[in-house]
Design a protein around this ligand. Sequence first.
Ligand SMILES: Cc1ncc(COP(=O)(O)O)c(C=O)c1O
Ligand SMILES: N[C@@H](CCOP(=O)(O)O)C(=O)O
Length: 463
Amino acid sequence: MDYISTRGKVEKCGFIDAFLMGLANDGGLVIPSEIPNISEQKLKEWQELSYQDLMLEIFSYYTNDEIPYEDLKKLVYDSYSTFRDEAVTPLKQINDSLYVLELFQGPTFAFKDVALQFMGNLYSYVATKRNEIINILGATSGDTGAAAIQGVRGKEGIRICILHPHQKVSKVQELQMTTVQDENVLNLSVKGNFDDCQQSIKELFADVDFKHKYHLRAINSINFVRILSQTVYYFYAYFQIAKAKPVGKVNFSVPTGNFGNIFSGYLAKQMGLPIGKLILATNENNILERFVKEGMYKPGEFYSTYSPSMDIQIASNFERYLYYLNDQNPDKVSELMNRFRAEGQLEIGPELLGKVALDFEAQGVKGADCLEIIDKYYKQSGYLFDPHTACGVKAYETCSGEQETCVVFATAHPAKFNEAIALIDIEQPFPTEIQQLFDKPQVQTVIENDKQVLVSELERFFG
Ligand SMILES: Cc1ncc(COP(=O)(O)O)c(C=O)c1O
Ligand SMILES: N[C@@H](CCOP(=O)(O)O)C(=O)O
């Protein structure tokens, strides 16, 4: 398998080079040169596999044997040995049509651990085997940062700098990042929002001289390995249902911000997994809902919501989808992205909008509805959803038919977002790992949202 850019101006490369490149050197996003098709027979065979073995099977289509099988197996098994549930991503049935896939069983209680435990180990492996310097630069609305730091803290040959929006992440998210005392970790708290943080790091990654000088590596979903790692649980969830009952297509409702998690679902569907609708759940920051419903991609006003990890306007992975929507035409993608930069918006016509509708439905969920869902299901079934997951459940109620089977992704544990849960007078016990954080000292540097200030911090830390 070769890896190419959505903008077509990067020489094709192999799996590890694609992993190290992060953002494509022409400013586009890395994608595989083709999407492998998994036969029905293979899908049947995979049903019985453990999560880890399923991941090994899926990765075998993408890694070109650049990592010897036994090494990859160790990386995968080590990565999920830190999870609290043997199944890695256990599936819970809530009612006849609704299943919840718990993606929060990793060390930082959010879905990001699934990919980032693995990527942390992979970076460590590549640092040793290829003698590469690994300086990770990432932006977070709270969960990616915590998971990435946890994945590489204290690891030799790796440094990590994470930008988060100052006072716009939950208290638990802030503590998870800033109580880490290892010397290889730098937390920058930026006076701005997540989009500001993401734009800053994307500009630095696009400056190829700067990127190479400081050996910058990506852990955000701009990195294709994030996307690929996240496809595994779509397959895994589907197989758990298919083993229990005859099932045709399954819908997935995915709380969405940067379009990474749901793009992994799109990839799984293109690979041949029988997915019906990919239901895109958002909050008041609903640029993607407006795109799916009206064909207009235009950032709106920024809102701070009960689901702060999805307080995102400009969705990083949208460009990957534009590539497939436009018949894999890199020139068209370049033209569209240039137009977006110049005009601040993009619009697609009825024909392409029809194509979008073949795969996606979308629902933006207001704060009051989000809290109502948490309260309702807690009373009905005793299951406590975090606010992001609750948006996914509301979107399931709105978009998935009564006779259709739907998996909602539980993207975080409710303890991470107690600020919202407390508003509906539900008292939840905190897991010990989270409770302990409140007694630890915090280390972080608060900076202005200013490129030169950021560059100085990075030169000092990575230089
Ligand atoms: C808890 C939670 N849910 C949902 C999302 C949205 O996922 P994505 O950015 O992959 O669309 C995020 C952040 O990305 C998150 O942290
Ligand atoms: N919600 C994310 C935002 C970054 O998304 P990513 O998938 O590109 O890493 C977060 O929690 O940081």
